[in-house]
Design a protein around this ligand. Structure first.
Ligand code: SF4
Length: 341
């Protein structure tokens, strides 16, 4: 079976050519129908009606299977949707409206192995990796089922993207395909907890412009290991070394995400240590107010503490953006995905 959502155009042309002795013209038509127009009945499009023999040959051999959207939740313009996969497992994705377009927060695994303490997905445990088609299918459903114009992708949904490395890279290539979704690499951000081997592997890929975000959340190893078990395997010094060696493009920056938790990692002393860790890496820091997760004894920070924390970092020359998380009421905020499945 040819699962179209796993294919770049070039690969589809080669596959058609090899399997059916025909290629470029029909592959292009099929790409336009499926990726641009969301038309799963592509065999009824003029190019295939004009080639009935070829259309018959394709029948039952090509599938478009993005999974079924079974539920949506709205908070203003923000939409969280749940996709049921072929085996009954479910994933969550979030469409986040920006000024001129929408960003889609994409999941890469069902559940997650990383067990970050502040995260609902981490508490689900790990079920399985998503296939290329299941990752790309989230863009397909956002565009063609929900009708949202998706221009930006953040791999910050359920799962650790670098823990599903090959499928993630495959999905990025399909999303980037010009004849398909045509989402530029510089409009995609991959967020990791800091799997050092994955960061090193990513550095060797030819993915110019793809943005790397690090979920940092603590200024030292003691606090980070309490929040994020992965830190025991890859402590901050190892993480920093992998970032120093990472081949950033000229004027490129890393995004750091720091979830601020009241009384845990939000003091000025913590901000000071964090500044020391960041320097001299080129970093833009997103400071995110913790989203409460039921059953966890962690609290959102006070607004005043968040401002003071940010001000200290700014005074040390670090670019900081404060974010009071959106989507809280529908559990679509950072660390909350998994609540509705
Ligand atoms: S924050 Fe990300 S990496 Fe950590 S448990 Fe949640 S989904 Fe996994």
């Amino acid at each position: 079976m040819i699962d179209i959502l796993e294919f770049t155009l070039e690969r589809l042309i080669k596959t058609f050519d090899k399997d059916f002795g025909k290629g470029r013209f029909h592959a292009r038509a099929l790409f336009r129908d499926i990726f641009k127009q969301g038309n799963k009945n592509f065999l009824l499009s003029p190019e295939f009606l004009d080639s009935p023999k070829f259309a018959r040959a394709l029948e039952g051999k090509v599938s478009v299977a993005p999974g079924d959207v079974v539920k949506t939740f709205d908070e203003g313009e923000l939409t969280k949707f749940i996709t049921r996969l072929w085996d009954g497992l479910e994933i969550e994705s979030v469409v986040i409206p920006m000024t001129r377009h929408n960003t889609l927060c994409v999941s890469s695994q069902v559940g997650c192995k990383m067990g970050c303490k502040f995260c609902e997905t981490g508490r689900m445990g790990f079920k399985r990796n998503l296939s290329i088609s299941e990752i790309v299918g989230q863009v397909y459903n956002a565009r063609h089922y929900l009708g949202k114009d998706i221009k930006n992708i953040v791999f910050m949904g359920m799962g650790e993207p670098l823990d599903n490395f090959d499928n993630l890279m495959g999905a990025i290539l399909v999303m980037n395909e010009q004849q398909g979704f045509d989402i530029a690499l510089r409009h995609m951000t991959l967020s990791t907890v800091g799997l050092v081997p994955g960061i090193e592997k990513l550095g060797k890929m030819k993915m110019p412009g793809l943005r790397l975000a690090i979920s940092i959340n603590a200024p030292d190893d003691v606090i980070r290991s309490q929040l994020m078990p992965v830190n025991k395997r890859f402590p901050l010094a190892a993480l920093k070394k992998s970032l120093e060696d990472f081949p950033l493009p000229k004027r490129g920056i890393f995004l750091f995400e720091y979830i601020l938790i009241k009384g845990f990692n939000d003091s000025l002393a913590h901000a000071d240590m964090l500044a020391d860790f960041i320097t001299p890496l080129p970093v833009r820091l997103n400071l995110i107010a913790y989203n409460p997760v039921k059953g966890l004894d962690l609290q959102s920070p006070c607004d005043g503490d968040m401002h003071s924390f940010a001000d200290l970092l700014s005074a040390k020359g670090i670019m900081v953006i404060k974010r009071w998380s959106r989507g809280r009421s529908v559990a679509a905020g950072c660390g909350q995905l998994g609540k509705h499945i």
